[in-house]
Ligand binder design. Structure first.
Ligand SMILES: Cc1ncc(COP(=O)(O)O)c(C=O)c1O
Length: 373
């Protein structure tokens, strides 16, 4: 069997071990230490935010962002519909209700038009959401020029879920800088990894401090263990932070590699039934190359995934929209089913930055074979 080709697997740059060794040498094998501090500064500096708070995952960072927005039982939060569940888990942890906003075809991200409709309905009812979570799906920026003014008009804070989009930009500004609170993920499949981890980004020092307080069990500043609030064990370990710190050195390189992978798919499938998604402006991080099979084709996305799997190649369907998830069947949805159509015909192609040209040629041959059946 040929060597397995992955969708997106960890790609070490070489600098990681130095920071891990430092942690061992100084015995900072804990959820605090020089790597955690340095990573927070590096990430905040990179995107242009004031402060970072490193967490065990992107999901926990979103949870803390929601708490900072004051989300609680009975509240609503406007969520991006076409995303991974980690975007919405925090809403459920707090006993709030997600309201799902559908996609627009240009970016596949939250549609300004549907957001506007959802706000108008909420306003009429006299119950505005506590926050809006805007996702930069597959590394492509949402349409911030249109979305942010709508949220600002209603005075509702934006949480930018840039879990998939670190390194990408929107009109010259880094993704992760658009929310009042923004979130990154360092999960193993992301463009750079900590093996697992996340980051909350904000311009307010008090918010970063509060997030760190909650994420270390809400320990009051006393000699003994005193607690006035519920806490979480959400702080990133100094070992994981060492990995991510080393990975920061290759972030730009990874973005360029992801784009090369994407551009090759876009070129070779130009005349085929597979329409490779082209992010507007070319300033995405191209985390995953994704495509949609033409409706006129008889080939289903599952046929392509099966053909790739036969060749020991990993691929995946697109995210199943949240309003289609059994967990959320009684939640409100504002959209025109764009994401349902994408989900029905789309797939994620192997986008591993370690993939060689020859390996990508193997992927291309297998996809072409499936499309021509
Ligand atoms: C859009 C999106 N939001 C949130 C998350 C959650 O991040 P984590 O896996 O680090 O908890 C992920 C991915 O994992 C994601 O893709």
């Amino acid at each position: 069997m040929s060597e397995r080709i992955y969708l997106a697997s960890p790609h070490m740059g070489g600098g990681e071990q130095k920071y891990i060794k430092e942690a061992f040498d100084t015995n900072w094998i804990a959820p605090l230490g020089a790597n955690v501090d340095a990573l927070e500064e590096l990430c905040a500096g990179y995107v242009g935010k004031g402060y970072g708070a490193a967490t065990v995952s992107g999901t926990s960072a979103i949870h803390l962002a929601l708490k900072l927005c004051g989300v609680g039982r009975g509240d609503t939060v406007f969520c991006t519909d076409f995303t991974f569940m980690g975007s919405c888990d925090g809403v459920m942890y707090e006993g709030a209700r997600p309201v799902f906003i559908g996609s627009e075809p240009n970016t596949w991200n939250m549609s300004p038009e549907h957001l506007e409709r959802a706000f108008a309905a909420a306003d009429k009812r006299g119950k505005l959401p506590k926050a809006v979570i805007i996702v930069d799906l597959y590394g492509t920026a949402a349409d911030y020029d249109s979305l942010l003014p709508v949220c600002a008009r209603y005075g509702v804070p934006v949480i930018e879920d840039a879990a998939e989009a670190f390194g990408g930009e929107y009109k010259g500004k880094k993704l992760g800088s658009f929310g009042a609170l923004s979130v990154l993920s360092f999960n193993g499949n992301k463009i750079i990894t900590a093996s697992g981890g996340g980051m909350l980004l904000t311009d307010e020092k008090s918010q970063a401090d509060k997030a760190r307080f909650w994420s270390t069990q809400s320990r009051e500043n006393r000699l003994w263990y005193e607690h006035r609030e519920v806490g979480y064990n959400y702080r990133m370990s100094n070992i994981c932070a060492g990995i991510a710190r080393g990975q920061m050195e290759v972030l730009e390189e990874r973005v360029a590699q992801k784009k090369t992978v994407h551009d090759r798919y876009a070129e070779v499938f130009k005349q085929s039934a597979l329409g490779v998604f082209d992010p507007p402006r070319g300033d995405a991080n191209y985390w995953l190359s994704v495509g949609v099979i033409d409706e006129k084709s008889e080939v289903a996305f599952s046929d392509v995934i099966a053909a790739l799997s036969d060749e020991n190649i990993e691929s995946r369907p697109l995210w199943k929209p949240m309003h289609m998830q059994p967990l959320f069947e009684d939640c409100e949805y504002y959209g025109d089913r764009t994401e349902e159509r994408l989900f029905a015909r789309g797939l994620c192609l192997p986008s591993d930055t370690k993939m060689t040209e020859e390996q990508q040629a193997r992927v291309i041959r297998a996809v072409k074979g499936a499309l021509e059946k």
